[in-house]
Design a protein around this ligand. Sequence first.
Ligand code: NGQ
Ligand code: ZN
Length: 436
Amino acid sequence: PRRRFGPGRARCDNPRMDAPIADVDGRWTLSGVANLHSHAFQRAMAGLAERMTHPSDSFWTWRETMYRMAARFDPDRLHAVAAQLYAEMLEAGYTAVCEFHYLHHAPDGRPYADPAAMSRALIAAARETGIRLTLLPVLYMTGGFDGRPLNDRQRRFGHDVDAWLRLFETLRAEQDDAGHDGMLRVGCALHSLRAVPPDAMRAVLAALPRETRVHLHIAEQIGEVQDCLALRGDRPVRWLLNQAEVDARWTLVHATHLEMDEIVGIADRGATVAICPTTEANLGDGLFPLRDFLDAGGAWGIGSDSHVSVSPVEELRWLEYGQRLVTRHRNIVATEACPSVGERLLAGVRASAAQATGFAATTLAGDRVVLDPAAPQLAGATADDVADRWVFAGNRPAVATVSVGGRAVVREGRHVDRDAIAARYATAMARLLADG
Ligand code: NGQ
Ligand code: ZN
């Protein structure tokens, strides 16, 4: 029989913690990975922003391409794209997703007849596919730190504080609807410091129920750090830590560019950092200082963000590889107490999942991802190496079955509704691309 634990070895960081992948009835099983950051519509442009649009392409020129794609969405298309994406997430081992949703209104900026129509499209997609959804309606008010108004492309993202609070209340009522079987949580997202003026940030935070999770993009690009320094007199994370009661309810997305006091500050407050390695690489953001953050005791998770990859294995592998490339060392996240890199990575994402998503830890622990017993990359695996072999043996999907909230959503590696979801997605893509 397989050993559940290595001989006399403490489990990563917390001796009471079970291994992230354990032998359950003879099958290697994990409790599912939480995806802490998603913009579902961006899945439709994966692979379509890899052509030169400017002699010095950057995050900011990519954003123009992204805005052109965003402008073509309506609730039906969003529903079709999100369903395909969420089915792919489940097939890859993600069982919960934090949807950072800002595509609220019609392209001209006017609210739909139902102001929550786009949010409901995401809720429907999650419900059909069976993924747990933390819906984060985004407050987006200004086009920069100087308070400039939203441009034409951004208009459909915008709310004033009162309208945003009405949307939040509408969605909270959905969360409490028994029809969702506890599969939906609603939190708050502030798009970024550049998109939310300080007074609005304070007003929204003061109005939220105490337990509400708060997510925001922060310090992803150097340009943003420089603008914040120039217009708010401090670096973004330092400014936020001074101006808001940041604590374990908060998730800071990216937080790429940090000085040591900011690294320690985030860790001390107990906030989670959502690191999105493949998107951050794709957009040329920079590298999160993971080793220092771990040394400070920081909580972190992963997000697939723009969905240039939909694979927790690839995000985790590249999280470690980025660090290896810059430090020219190996096994960066490993410690003496936890020498397995894969195990420490999976333990890290599991430890932050409940506080970032708002789902109870016991609830998330009941969701199950069973790895494929026939996967060659796991042949002869033991409790000591199974996590490393799952994460560091390439991109073959070794997921066999997934169940979320007791419902079997993936069987033999395929989402149970894969074909119907893919057909609807193909139709939606044809329309999205024809509009270009
Ligand atoms: C977003 N995505 O809102 O989709 C952003 C880009 C922005 C990432 N930061 C747009 N990865 O930050 O203004
Ligand atoms: Zn984002």
